[in-house]
Design a protein around this ligand. Structure first.
Ligand code: UDX
Length: 442
């Protein structure tokens, strides 16, 4: 089948490449010439495990193309996936400028039946706006054409996006047009051969499902983080509590890890956007409001622990920081807890020596030449002469680190662990002072 993907960012690229992998002919469009050049050169503008191989294989087979030519791209696809960014607007609501520009571009050029698929995360009611935009563009051209607008939110996790797309736990399709439903079923059939995981629903429910999922997941994290801080005060260990409650199938073990707060391109933005939707409808979302506030506090927790240990004034102190990305498997630093920590340590006069397996270029781009911020070539090199190690992202290579190096290269063996990777008893036996999240520290 012929597919156009408008927007070659994270979601658009994964979607386009994975659809091409099943034999479809996909053209990915992006207005950013530089990005298209990078892609045509066989490189990726983002770090995502496994994606480069899928892209190269399908480009090679001429099933996947990249272009900045809007006319040619839109002419191509029966399916027009809209996968452009929906940044947070000034008022917290999702900014639909790019989505509606894509809709207009499609309306100005289409000449036959098309299924317009909203893949970007968009507030309830956006499909209606997309339809209105296309109708207006068609009216200006004085043409009448049949088309469908479908909501098909993505549930991709960064770092596992290719796998999530190829083996989805569900595919949500919001549609009310029979022909479009048939086409969407055909498109996704190869991904769900053995289990029919396509959930068909009305358009607004599909749009809402995406926000509900992310809000629920963010709630779990904030709730665990809140309990973790209380556990510290009452002398309990949140890791043992996590195992204790997770074995109840109604609660479940997944996504229950206390830590340095959630970040990324989705949770913070989607939680804020849903709060705005609530406000717009005069319906306060009390729980979600608290989820957001709890996360703001949580992102400060590591810095607060450092201050509690070393004092308010950190001049002359040096800290090794392991992990800049908002989570392992990505170079994405959007809303990353590491940024809050770095800002706080630098503001208090400390020196920070950071290491991340993939996100250091991104950090340099985002944080520029901050004074007293340096980068190390390896995790061990970052430790040299630092007063303490602060671990922010749970990259695999940090899970069984060189404890000897931690003991000998730091000025004194002090570790702040924002991801609870180590057994406190082990750290004690190694003579390492260990501060984690949700552990009573003695
Ligand atoms: C998320 C959703 O999982 C995905 O379905 C949606 O499409 C986009 O948003 P992603 O942002 O890639 O995906 O990351 P995810 O793995 O969900 O983690 C989000 C944040 O929560 C990270 O900062 C992570 O460190 C944090 N987290 C996650 C915790 O603090 N504790 C947990 O138990 C799980």
């Amino acid at each position: 089948m012929k597919i156009t993907v408008v927007g070659s960012g994270y979601v658009g690229l994964v979607t386009g490449a994975c659809l091409a992998e099943m034999g479809n002919h996909v053209i990915c469009l992006d207005l950013d010439d530089a990005k298209i050049r990078v892609l045509r050169d066989g490189q990726l503008p983002i770090h995502e495990p496994g994606l480069l191989e899928v892209v190269r294989r399908n480009v090679e087979a001429s099933r996947l193309e990249f272009t900045a030519d809007t006319d040619a791209a839109i002419r191509h696809g029966t399916f027009q996936f809209i996968a452009v960014g929906t940044p947070q607007g000034e008022d917290g609501a999702a900014d639909l400028r790019h989505v509606l520009a894509a809709a207009r571009a499609i309306g100005e050029r289409m000449t036959d039946y098309k299924v317009i698929v909203d893949k970007s995360t968009v507030p309830v009611g956006t499909a209606d706006q997309v339809r209105a935009t296309i109708d207006a563009a068609l009216a200006e051209r004085s043409v009448a054409l049949d088309y469908a607008v479908v909501s098909n939110p993505e549930f991709l996790k960064e770092g596992a996006a290719v796998d999530d797309f190829m083996r989805p736990d569900r595919i949500v399709v919001g549609a009310d047009d029979e022909r479009a439903i048939l086409l969407m079923r055909a498109l996704y059939a190869p991904f769900i051969r053995n289990h029919d995981r396509l959930q068909l629903m009305d358009v607004r429910s599909a749009e809402f499902t995406k926000y509900a999922a992310n809000a629920m997941l963010a709630t779990r994290i904030s709730f665990m983080n809140e309990l973790a801080l209380l556990a510290e005060k009452v002398g309990a260990d949140i890791e043992q509590v996590r195992r204790g409650i997770g074995s109840d199938p109604r609660i479940g073990t997944h996504f229950l890890y206390a830590g340095a707060g959630y970040g990324g391109s989705c949770f913070p933005k989607d939680v804020k956007a849903l709060l705005r939707t609530g406000q717009a409808h005069g319906h306060d979302l009390y729980v979600l409001d608290a989820v957001e506030r709890a996360n703001e506090r949580q992102k400060q927790v590591l810095a607060a622990k450092v201050v509690a240990r070393f004092g308010e004034d950190l001049q002359g102190r040096r800290f090794a920081l392991w992990g800049l990305a908002f989570k392992p498997g990505t170079d994405d630093m959007r809303e990353a807890p590491s940024r809050v920590l770095i800002a706080e340590l630098l503001a208090r006069g400390a020196e920070v020596v950071a290491y991340d397996p993939v996100a250091m270029d991104e950090a340099k781009r985002l944080l520029g030449d901050a004074p007293r911020l340096r980068y190390a070539d390896s995790a061990v090199a970052a430790l040299e002469g630092a007063d303490a190690l602060v671990l922010v992202t749970e990259w695999r290579e940090f899970k069984s680190p060189d404890f000897d190096a931690i003991r000998t290269r730091l000025r004194a063996p002090v570790v702040f662990d924002g991801r609870n990777l180590f057994e406190p008893a082990l750290m004690r036996s190694l003579g390492i002072e260990y501060h984690a999240i949700g552990l009573a520290t003695k």
